[in-house]
Structure formats: structure tokens, C-alpha cells
Design a protein around this ligand. Structure first.
Ligand SMILES: [Zn+2]
Length: 62
């Protein structure tokens, strides 16, 4: 049995709601700007290994 190596054990996906009503998944350790795919607003940006969120987190996915 193979085990996959996870370099960031506490990373996860977040479901973030934008002001426009769009909900999309954002990686908790994203290294690039994440913009809303509907209105183009910034939802998250890198901040020292984690991300700074601008939308509302509605769910945390493992
Ligand atoms: Zn939006």
C-alpha cells in the first residue's frame, strides 16, 4: 500500500462565499491571488504561508 506524502498536513480547502453570491473552493495555503470567477473580486491572497480571506468562509473541507 502506498501512502501519499502531504507536505502541508494542516492545509485544507475552504468554501468561500463572495459578495456577489458565488461560492468557490479556495486552498488554505494558496500561493497566488484567488479571484471570484463570477465578478473578479479578490477572495484570497497569500499571506506568509497561509492566505488572507476577503470572503465569508461557509465550510471547511478536509
Ligand atoms: Zn464575486
Amino acid at each position: 500500500m502506498k501512502r501519499s506524502y502531504v507536505p502541508l498536513p494542516r492545509s485544507h480547502f475552504l468554501k468561500v462565499a463572495c459578495e456577489c453570491g458565488n461560492v468557490q473552493e479556495v486552498f488554505s495555503h494558496a500561493t497566488t491571488h484567488v479571484t471570484c470567477r463570477v465578478c473578479g473580486k479578490t477572495l484570497a491572497e497569500p499571506s506568509g504561508g497561509k492566505i488572507r480571506l476577503y470572503g465569508e468562509v461557509i465550510e471547511v473541507l478536509d
